[in-house]
Design a binder for this molecule. Structure first.
Ligand code: BTN
Length: 330
């Protein structure tokens, strides 16, 4: 891509570089230069431009590479795995899956500034704010648990998120079953867990996390503006993505160690305390489109939602989309 253009701007260390110089050294047209500059700006590079003087690189986005992150994560499983930081990729979950297939160990991480095909649960597209505004990353796990317990992994991840955000001073963050991290009813973070099963064991699991960090209200696409929020909109300031990533991975590491050694009961207790779902009347849309209404009583030992329905019956739901409150009028 625009390596030589970026390199040239870097070499000039804060000095102006004319469009003509860039054009000649990169061997591309003026139009291609402005297109590449716009792309870099979209990735978080601050580049000043002037019709007379050309371009000047002011600031690069905060690095989330192995060199910067490993020392921060010393003592955790994330300091020892593979680490990839990409400016742009299709989906970090696909990248982490490729690492899994290549035999990478638990604790390997792929983080990207932008995704072209970020995906969410139920085949939905995941869109955050502008490139470089969010944390988009996937971690590779080798869970020593039975496949039927796999539904606990995204719950565990949501607890890690809630704890990390509370530790950073953000109040009012809660978890909606199974793993949406919300504030004021708006989505702050999405978690997608994809597993690869091998007979009766989980060969690998990829936990993909999309956390809205520095997006302003207007940075979200129109269609999700009313339902999305960011750490910045909540806390009224911007955040270091490296510090937030460190906090999340540290919490994740502690909870994984706890779950792998003692089982999930402590994680489930933490999930219960952070849940905004339990005790509420909810309407759950099932994967086949049918709806079930009831009171969310508890979360079972395998992560299923325990729902008391109107007829006094109990149902255990393993998947579904929750709406807080009774069934909306048709
Ligand atoms: C959801 O709420 O539907 C889950 C969204 C998960 C999005 C993250 S962003 C990083 C990782 N890569 C993906 O393609 N998806 C997850």
């Amino acid at each position: 891509m625009n390596e030589s253009l970026l390199e040239q701007l870097r070499r000039s260390a804060g000095q102006w570089v004319s469009g003509e110089t860039l054009r000649q050294s990169a061997g591309i047209s003026r139009m291609a230069i402005s297109k590449q500059i716009r792309r870099l700006v979209g990735l978080g590079y601050e580049i000043e431009s002037s019709p007379r003087r050309g371009y000047r690189l002011q600031r690069e986005p905060e690095a989330l590479d192995a060199e910067s992150m490993r020392p921060r994560l010393a003592g955790t499983r994330f300091a020892g795995g593979m680490w990839e930081w990409k400016q742009r990729t299709e989906s970090t979950n696909d990248d982490a899956r490729a690492l899994a297939l290549a035999g990478a160990p638990e604790g390997s991480v792929v983080v990207a500034d932008a995704q072209e095909r970020g995906r969410g649960r139920r085949g939905r597209v995941w869109v955050g704010g502008g490139a470089g505004d969010s944390l988009l990353f996937s971690v590779l796990l080798r869970p020593p648990i039975e496949p039927r317990m796999g539904g606990l992994l995204p719950l565990l991840a949501s607890v890690a998120l809630e704890r990390a955000l509370a530790g950073l001073g953000l109040r009012g963050v809660g978890i909606k079953w199974p793993n949406d991290v919300l504030a004021g009813g708006r989505k702050l973070c999405g978690i997608l867990c994809e597993m690869s099963l091998d007979m009766d064991r989980i060969e690998s699991a990829v936990l993909g996390i999309g956390l809205n960090v520095n997006a302003g209200e207007g940075d979200f696409p129109e269609e999700i503006r009313a339902v999305a929020c960011s750490m910045r909109s909540l806390g009224g300031r911007t955040w270091s993505r490296a510090a937030v990533l460190e906090a999340v991975l540290r919490e994740l590491d502690g909870l994984l160690t706890q779950a792998w050694t003692e089982g999930f009961s402590g994680v489930l207790d933490a999930w219960r305390s952070a849940s905004v779902t339990l005790g509420k009347v909810v309407c759950v849309t099932m994967p086949d489109g049918s709806r079930v209404e009831g009171v969310a009583e508890d979360v079972a030992e395998d992560g299923a939602l325990v729902l008391r329905t109107g007829q006094g019956g109990i149902r255990r739901l393993h998947s579904g989309e929750i709406l807080l409150g009774p069934r909306p009028a048709a």
